[in-house]
Design a protein around this ligand. Structure first.
Ligand code: RAM
Length: 348
């Protein structure tokens, strides 16, 4: 079990200010958070953050946001997590949280169902459960902090690929893990939209493959897609790990500039490929804001300020006031499109 306790310092607070500004620079997420150090001290609340896996810059940024929010609240936050994005690997961390009697657990789930027994156990030890990024079944947690609606995320990616391939041709999807609730919800929406929206009548989805949010596997799957589908016009990768690996493959191949690539990526991982013409545009939200919002939500639950009922409201620092929607969902906002004109404004 890999344990990681991250430092919450004035620097993290500084990084958050930049992340919150969204268009601002200065949030250095370059490290993988492997630094040792003390958690944020002195708070009454103890919160554990469990991403899908460690070593993914997307989750490094969400944890930076969570740490800065914890510092502001005066809570102690620690990040733990497995190296591979699998549900089995997450269970032991949830068990530890239950044994420790933490006040809250914030997690991005690798499976909607497989973690539920362990989460149930934690809840009976009075741990508040907040999912963020990738949900479990709603009955297994108190709140889900959603980055953007599944419809919005699906629509944005289809709009981008359609523009980039001139509205016709074969496309494929390179996803994360096969059980990931977030990617599966987005893919389902994209399939429906492709089938029903006349704008996409000439686009055919020919394959969906899984890179498990592993860089090498995603790279290999990209190569296989291109070999198996010689007429492929474009790839959508709704995962920051997948799109970066696919871009790296395309960038050094004969397909550069010929096969379009879009999806969800971080500006820092994609900058090189936008600048060298491999990728025209892609989308994402601000993972730092997402981590911060999940932390404010977890603290509001643990403090008893809210119970997670629809209509409950809570303050999330500079992000403002948020309301709990149906099914215990709190919505961060809308996806944002990055391209050559704006990518230089972002640093995460
Ligand atoms: C990867 C993870 C994460 C997802 C992003 C877009 O980092 O799969 O869950 O939300 O991509």
């Amino acid at each position: 079990m890999k344990f990681q306790k991250r430092r919450t310092t004035a620097l993290a607070a500084l990084a958050l200010t930049a992340t919150f500004a969204f268009a601002g620079c200065g949030s250095d997420d370059g490290g993988n958070g492997g630094s040792s150090g003390s958690g944020s001290e002195g708070g009454d609340l103890s919160i554990t953050m469990l991403p899908k896996n460690l070593g993914n810059p997307y989750f490094d940024t969400s944890t930076d946001g969570a740490e800065a929010a914890a510092e502001e609240i005066g809570a102690e936050l620690e990040e733990v997590g497995p190296e591979t994005a699998s549900p089995d690997a997450q269970v032991s961390y949830i068990n530890t949280v239950a044994q420790q009697g933490q006040d809250a657990l914030i997690l991005s789930a690798n499976d909607p169902e497989a973690l539920c027994d362990a989460l149930e156990e934690a809840r009976s030890a009075d741990v508040k459960i907040v999912t963020f990024d990738a949900d479990t079944n709603p009955e297994c947690r108190d709140l889900f902090v959603n980055q953007a609606t599944a419809e919005g995320i699906a629509a944005k990616q289809l709009e981008l690929i359609s523009e980039q391939i001139g509205g016709e041709g074969e496309i494929a999807i390179l996803s994360a893990a096969a059980n990931a609730t977030n990617q599966n919800a987005w893919i389902e929406m994209m399939e429906t939209e492709l089938a029903e929206n006349p704008d996409y009548a000439n686009i055919e989805l020919v394959d969906t493959v899984y890179g498990d949010d592993d860089d090498q596997k995603s790279f290999d799957q990209t190569e296989a897609l291109l070999q198996n589908h010689p007429d492929l016009k474009g790839i959508i990768s709704p995962t920051t790990v997948g799109i970066a690996a696919a871009a790296r493959y395309l960038s050094d191949s004969e397909y550069k500039g010929k096969v379009a690539l879009t999806g969800l990526g971080t500006p820092n991982q994609m900058r090189e490929y936008v600048e060298n013409g491999t990728v025209e545009a892609f989308a994402l939200w601000n993972p730092g804001d997402l981590g911060a919002l999940a932390t404010y939500a977890a603290a509001a639950l643990a403090n008893g300020d809210i119970s997670g009922e629809e209509g409950d409201t809570f303050e999330a620092g500079d992000l403002g006031e948020f309301e709990v929607d149906a099914d215990g969902v709190v919505l961060l906002g809308e996806p944002f499109t990055f391209n050559a004109d704006n990518i230089g404004d972002f640093d995460f």
